[in-house]
Design a binder for this molecule. Structure first.
Ligand code: PLP
Length: 450
């Protein structure tokens, strides 16, 4: 394209001159210019190829540059690039049909958004209007997006600098067996006590004031926290008891990441609302959405829904969602993600944990895993402190650099390496990536004091 540079230094210089980046102090940024990508790899302008164990921002479930995705995008672009949400559009209609067909229970209707944060904004709004109640329960150790309401839901440091946010959000603890705030010693105890805690918070904060509980089915950025057996069903039961809606945020966990279409399928729990984005079309074009059940839909049968977006159900986004779902089916991508988790990543990470004292715990499912690093296995002191910055964060930065040097692009979060490759990654690629993680972990071991 005219005006686009073919050399990395120019791309970077123009970036630093004109682009303002997310979640960053702008002065210290050094973004890697990317020239091309394919499948689970991307390549910089110097020809260095990286295996993408981060799936970009845990969204690239179908991998880079899938030819059928590109064809669908080009075909839709040639036919109709954009149309206002008030019209009917074939790509949008088919995307809604396919997504609701895959969704559990009677979640049969989709409101399309531009991404995950606005999906959560709208789920919250729908819950409030449907129940006539205002307050929302949201977990500590969660991320729900960066818009005003979604960041208020968020239970981690990214909210701190955005406070005071929206009133009426009450935070509670979800389960995290490895660092149980409930002093639980088994997953069953963790489930029981986490549910008792949630019930107590609702009871003591005014059961009739709560519109919804929102949770990430599997907590993503805040640790890949897989709910212990019975937890999600228990939340569902508490919600039913108090007339509170259950919103599952599957922006990161959905569309194959957990080896299922929706992560809730793993536990056969049906929420009232599911929010999705990322993996629905792997971010080939920005797209998200809210799936709602019949009861919530009926609330807006005669009553006007007071919300909308210029790009709700954008044809390019919806065409890529349709293509992606069909490719997933044709190429058995869900099965691949499930198999990689059960037969490769889980087993290999267990071996890695045996060999490295700094590995406190490995956990996950599908292509959604965390390696939690500690200085001491007995005390479980994290390798870097919570919310570490500057020199405190050095060990994790060194680990990241060690992976990158070896051709692996890792996802680092707090004191963890998240192993979150695309769902289409092959077994040899996953093994190659894990071998690099294994090698790099020698560095983490050098900080071990236990
Ligand atoms: N919810 C979860 C669980 C997420 O992981 C994210 C993004 O990482 C979001 C919501 C926000 O999505 P977006 O960045 O598309 O607004």
């Amino acid at each position: 394209l005219p005006g686009l540079s073919a050399d990395g230094p120019t791309v970077k210089a123009l970036d630093r001159a004109g682009v303002f980046h997310s979640w960053s102090a702008q002065g210290s940024l050094d973004p890697l210019p990317i020239a091309s990508a394919s499948g689970a790899h991307f390549t910089d302008y110097d020809g260095n190829r990286y295996l993408d164990f981060a799936s970009q921002l845990v969204n690239l479930n179908i991998g880079h540059q899938h030819p059928k995705m590109i064809a669908a995008l080009c075909e839709q672009a040639a036919k109709l690039c954009t149309v206002a949400p008030g019209f009917a559009n074939d790509a949008r209609s088919e995307a809604a049909r396919l997504i609701s067909e895959l969704a559990p229970g009677d979640l049969n209707h989709v409101f399309f958004t531009n991404g995950g944060a606005d999906a959560n904004e709208h789920a919250m709004r729908m819950a409030r209007l449907h129940t006539g109640r205002f307050k929302i329960l949201s977990a500590i150790r969660s991320y729900h997006g960066a818009t005003a309401g979604a960041i208020a839901l968020t239970g981690e440091p990214r909210r701190w600098d955005n406070e005071p946010g929206m009133p009426g959000i009450v935070h509670y603890f979800g389960p995290y067996p490895y660092r149980s705030v409930f002093y639980a010693s088994t997953p069953e105890e963790e489930t029981e006590r986490a549910l008792a805690h949630l019930r107590e918070v609702i009871t003591l904060e005014g059961p009739e004031s709560f519109a919804a509980v929102i949770l990430e089915t599997v907590v993503g950025t805040n640790g890949i926290l897989v709910p212990p057996p019975g937890y999600l069903a228990g939340v569902r039961a508490i919600c039913d008891e108090f007339g509170v809606l259950m919103i599952a945020d599957e922006v990161m966990a959905g569309f194959g990441r957990c080896g299922e279409w929706f992560a809730v399928d793993h536990w056969q729990v049906t929420p009232d609302l599911i929010t999705f984005a990322k993996g629905v079309n792997s971010g080939y074009v920005p797209l998200g959405g809210v799936l709602m059940n019949e009861a919530i839909y009926a609330t807006f049968d005669e009553r006007v829904y007071p919300g909308g977006l210029t790009y709700s159900g954008h044809p390019l986004g919806c065409a890529t969602a349709v293509a992606s779902i069909n490719i997933f089916k044709d190429e058995h991508i869900i099965e691949n993600a499930r198999d990689l988790g059960a037969n490769v990543i889980g087993l290999e990470l267990a071996k890695i944990a045996d060999q490295h004292p700094s590995v406190g715990e490995v956990r996950g499912l599908g292509v959604f895993w965390a390696v939690e690093l500690v200085r001491d296995r007995a005390t479980r002191e994290p390798l870097v402190p919570f919310n570490a910055k500057g020199a405190d964060a050095a060990p994790m930065n060194e680990l990241k650099a060690a992976c990158i040097e070896r051709g692996l692009w890792p996802m680092i979060a707090g004191n963890r390496i998240h192993v979150v490759p695309p769902c289409v990654t092959t077994e040899p690629e996953v093994r190659e990536g894990l071998a690099i993680v294994d090698e790099a972990l020698g560095l983490a071991d050098s900080y071990y004091t236990g």
